[in-house]
Design a protein around this ligand. Structure first.
Ligand code: FAD
Length: 404
């Protein structure tokens, strides 16, 4: 059956690193690859290297549950995440690569009347900020998701939900590979198995990196290494307000179509969608203790599955196929960090926590702007690390109730 597929060439080159580039991007996840692509596309800067210590998309980009949404409270956040959603809407065409973006809606459940009031506030804020949102009551929800447990005697009765119809899911590998192929075609060097071990500084400025494949210099260096951001920043003598946690996910055996939206219960932390192959893709909250232990564990599995069967009891006999974890980078206000670091010439794109897959197009777009111009884009300016000294936090943990 695969005979017709002979002779396919690699989708990107594997060049030897040059001694010098205009820009080095550290981290070959979605954000690093998107940054390289938009450096080339939007700014004409193609003398760029992406340095990845492992394989492309082997970090959180290849481990996440692919939920894409912009249901945030503050105007700054909606501007950022809705830019991403809009870029996702045109991404398959832009990259000529099917990223399987499926706008099946994201449905956040409410389990009490006070939660319904907060939901109405969120829906109003989202609409005022120019994105789409609908408030559903229990009857509307029953029609929308017939399998949902809306019985009044449920342990966590369901009163309604916030629906963002334009939200949905995408294909994680395709996002990484699509950006990689397009960046490579524009002349970017993508260098895998190349770990950044240290930074080269001259006159108080970062001028390059020492890697497992030798020293490489550049005018500007951008790091997009997610859960390892504070480890890398420490090598440059830079402190970042990042705490790293394992976040786990699960996939079930394939089923016939049973769920055509992304369903989230913020109270239990459990969320689920159904992949095109039929598997249920299931996630939950962070591990309780910060760590770099990139693996699943049974207590979290038990909690997440309890939340799943509470929402959808018809799934209680479904078998799990796989269970894994990634290391996510959490900031004190649950918003990302984009911009210059305390070391001149070194910039960070991090702090996306549990929600940076949906932000890949915007994160790359804005980080490319910063690296190309040395200055913030209007949308990225509020997300500079300086907010932790000025106190202008964007506390989405409190505002839109996102967990991390
Ligand atoms: P990564 O994809 O982790 O890429 C960083 C890369 O940097 C890695 O490949 C790593 O190997 C490399 N690196 C690290 N150190 C070095 C070094 N010293 N030298 C060279 N390379 C280095 N987000 C959503 O929006 N929706 C979701 O549904 C969602 N679900 C998630 C579920 C799970 C289980 C997890 C773990 C995360 C989830 N996220 C989700 C979060 C999302 O995956 C991340 O925020 C996003 O993928 C971050 O992308 P990135 O490119 O910054 O990081």
């Amino acid at each position: 059956g695969l005979r017709g597929h002979k002779g396919w060439g690699p989708a990107w080159r594997s060049p030897e690193p040059k001694k010098r580039y205009d820009v080095i991007v550290i981290g070959g996840g979605g954000h690093g690859l998107a940054t390289a692509y938009y450096l080339a596309k939007n700014h004409g800067i193609t003398n760029v290297a992406v340095l990845e210590k492992g394989w492309l998309g082997g970090g959180n980009t290849g481990r996440n549950t692919t939920v894409i949404r912009s249901n945030y409270f503050y105007p700054e956040s909606v501007a950022l995440y809705d830019l991403s959603l809009r870029l996702y809407e045109g991404l398959s065409k832009d990259l000529n690569y099917n990223v399987m973006f499926s706008q099946r809606g994201v449905t956040n459940l409410c389990h009490s009347e006070p939660e319904m009031e907060m939901a109405a506030r969120l829906v109003n804020a989202m609409r005022l900020n120019g994105t789409d949102a609908e408030l559903l009551d229990a009857d509307q929800l029953r029609k929308f998701i017939p399998a949902l447990n809306i019985r009044p005697d449920a342990r966590l009765p369901i009163h309604g939900a916030v629906l963002q119809p334009r939200g949905g899911t995408g294909r994680h590998d395709a996002v990484a590979w699509g950006y990689a192929r397009a960046a490579d075609a524009a002349g970017v060097d993508i260098i895998q198995n190349c770990e950044v071990l240290d930074f080269i500084t001259e006159g108080g400025r970062c001028v390059g990196v020492s890697t497992s494949r030798g020293d490489i210099r550049a005018d500007r260096i951008g790091a997009a290494v997610a859960g390892h951001s504070s480890v890398l920043a420490e090598k440059a003598g830079v402190g970042l307000p990042i705490t790293s946690y394992a976040l786990q996910a699960f996939v079930s055996e394939p089923l016939k179509p049973v769920l055509d939206t992304v369903l989230i219960s913020p109270v239990t932390g459990t969320y689920v969608s159904q992949s095109d192959k039929g598997g249920l893709v299931i996630g939950g909250g962070l591990d309780r203790v910060p760590s770099y232990g990139q693996r699943g564990n049974l207590p979290v599995q038990e909690t997440v599955m309890a939340g799943l069967t509470e929402m959808l009891p018809i799934l209680s006999k479904v078998k799990l196929l796989r269970h894994w974890a990634g290391i996510v980078d959490v900031t004190p206000d649950s918003s990302p960090i984009l911009g210059p670091s305390a070391l001149e010439g070194l910039y960070f794109n991090c702090g996306w926590g549990t929600g940076g897959f949906k932000a890949i197009p915007a994160g790359g777009y804005l980080f490319a702007h910063i690296l190309a111009t040395g200055a913030h884009h209007d949308i990225s300016r509020p997300f500079g690390a300086d907010r932790f000294t000025t106190g202008r936090l964007i506390d989405e943990g409190a505002a839109s109730g996102i967990a991390h």
